[in-house]
Design a protein around this ligand. Structure first.
Ligand SMILES: CC(C)[C@H](C(=O)O)[C@@H](O)C(=O)O
Ligand code: SF4
Length: 477
């Protein structure tokens, strides 16, 4: 019997037809929709006079444009000040009513960032093909699903036909072996991997994360890692199914029940790469060598351990490298060779589809508990990924911990991850951010993003600059 990778199995299970040139039609089990990339798709359907092929395949929620302040949220859609943002959210609501698609609207406790909501609801499941007009759809691969972002015209195609034209990718395995040191988190793991691979290293591959570190990692941690597979150039990230995956899914609202559950589990137990399966590329990393990471530049691959110094221009191996270091240092307002721990912060953002789940909230709260945010900060905001994460965090008293520390506790949404709503960085401001992208202007015009883990962001909020949160004395002077 031939051995298969997890990706090979997921692919084979969904191919409808393959052409001689390698293009294939694959069946899509789940489409998630948000307000930014769906309006033209619905418009296309309308013009063509088509209806969604399988209504129940779709699930929608607004996330990018929603306000995260309580007052604005209470007003509802009228609380969205930016007219384009308002139209997008209104249009999603209108389209979902017109086409009878399930939507968690702004005032629904189940609303949130689409990549937090899908797994939370059991709407994304092991073995599924999952798409969304959003590059961070790779997140759902953490459950052993084949999940990737698609463009708006493809959103329309999937709505209309339940299928998508694709070419099979190559297989890559990133194996992180051994154990992580205490305080090193999934975010540090994925930032480190991107540092090794580079932002193009995963291009053309389905990127499976294997090895002891991922076996030991929680499902939410695996989501953080798969979320950023796209930042390593891979459209899809994957982790094989194990008992943790099955335990995570059990009992969620959209998950199968009764006999269906047993049938599903029997199939899900096959969703792992076979012993000896062929990967086109394999990278091995030692878990114990990974340190807390901070991005210093304007690409996720410009990342270093917190104890390091930002590069010197002469460190660039090629002229192109030297130019990009020069440009990044200039944009980020950093001096070559300066210590990362000397970077002064203006704001802290804990949230985004990378790090806004309950475990992220707990990790940040544990760090700030009983402490106060540095007086030099403009603000530090904590934005849960969904209404249900918010509710759970409040049950555990995490909101109080954040508020007592001088942080803001917000309503769910993409928030300051991207400058598409009211939460933005000012020109020149430095932000410790748990999000996933740090290109120029990502969090606001002239804003300077440093990507870190929730624990690292929380410690940076207390000190006003980066510190190594794995050092037991990080809070001391
Ligand atoms: C708005 C959306 C299309 C975009 C994406 O595809 O990722 C956004 O979510 C992002 O993170 O940049
Ligand atoms: S939280 Fe950020 S990365 Fe995630 S979907 Fe929203 S904008 Fe994109």
């Amino acid at each position: 019997m031939t051995t298969q990778t997890l990706y090979d199995k997921l692919w084979a299970g969904h191919v409808v037809k393959t052409r001689e040139d390698g293009t294939a039609l694959i069946y899509i089990d789940r489409q998630l929709l948000h307000e930014v990339t769906s309006p033209q798709a619905f418009e296309g359907l309308r013009i063509a006079g088509r209806k969604p092929w399988r209504l129940s395949a779709n699930l929608a929620t607004p996330d990018h444009n929603v306000p995260t302040t309580r007052n604005e949220r209470e007003i509802g859609i009228e609380g969205i000040i930016d007219p384009v943002s308002k139209i997008q959210v209104q249009t999603l609501d209108d389209n979902c009513v017109e086409y009878n698609i399930t939507e968690f609207k702004m005032d629904d406790i189940r609303q949130g960032i689409v990549h937090v909501v899908g797994p939370e609801q059991g709407a994304t499941l092991p073995g599924m093909t999952v798409v969304c007009g959003d590059s961070h759809t790779s997140t759902h691969g953490a459950l052993g699903a084949l999940a990737h972002g698609i463009g708006t015209s493809e959103v329309e195609h999937v709505l209309a036909t339940g299928c998508l034209i694709q070419k099979k990718m190559n297989n890559m395995l990133v194996s992180v072996n051994g154990q992580l040191n205490t305080g090193v988190t999934p975010k540090d793991v994925v930032l480190h991997i991107i540092g090794v691979l580079g932002t193009a290293g995963g291009t053309g591959f389905a990127l499976e994360f294997g090895g002891q570190v991922f076996r030991d990692m929680s499902i939410e941690g695996r989501m953080t890692v798969c979320n950023m597979a796209i930042e390593a150039g891979a459209r899809a990230g994957l982790v094989s199914v194990d008992q943790k995956t099955i335990d995570y899914v059990k009992g969620r609202p959209f998950a199968p029940k009764g006999d269906h559950w047993d049938l599903a589990v029997a199939q899900w137990n096959e969703l792992h790469s076979d012993e000896g399966a062929h990967f086109d590329k394999v990278i091995n990393i030692e878990g114990s060598e990974i340190k807390p990471q901070v991005t210093w530049g304007t690409s996720p691959e410009m990342v270093l351990p917190v104890s390091a110094n930002v590069p010197f221009i002469k460190d660039g191996k090629t002229d192109t490298d030297k130019t990009s270091i020069t440009r990044a240092l200039h944009y980020m307002g950093l001096k070559e060779g300066q210590a990362i721990t000397d970077i002064k912060l203006d704001r802290v953002f804990i949230g985004s589809c990378t790090n806004s789940r309950i475990e992220d909230m707990r990790a940040a709260a544990e760090v700030v508990k009983g402490k106060k945010v540095a007086s030099t900060l403009i603000d530090a905001i904590v934005v849960p990924g969904s209404g249900l994460v918010k509710e759970q965090a409040e049950k555990e008293g995490l909101d109080k911990i954040f508020i007592d520390a001088g942080m803001q506790w917000r309503e769910p949404g993409c928030s300051m991850c991207l400058a598409m709503n009211a939460d933005k960085l000012g020109n020149g401001e430095h932000c410790a951010s748990t999000s996933n992208r740090n290109f120029e202007g990502r969090q606001g015009f002239g804003g300077r993003t440093h990507l870190v883990s929730p624990a690292m962001a929380a410690a940076a909020a207390i000190k006003g600059h980066f510190v190594d949160v794995t050092n037991p004395n990080w809070a001391g002077e």
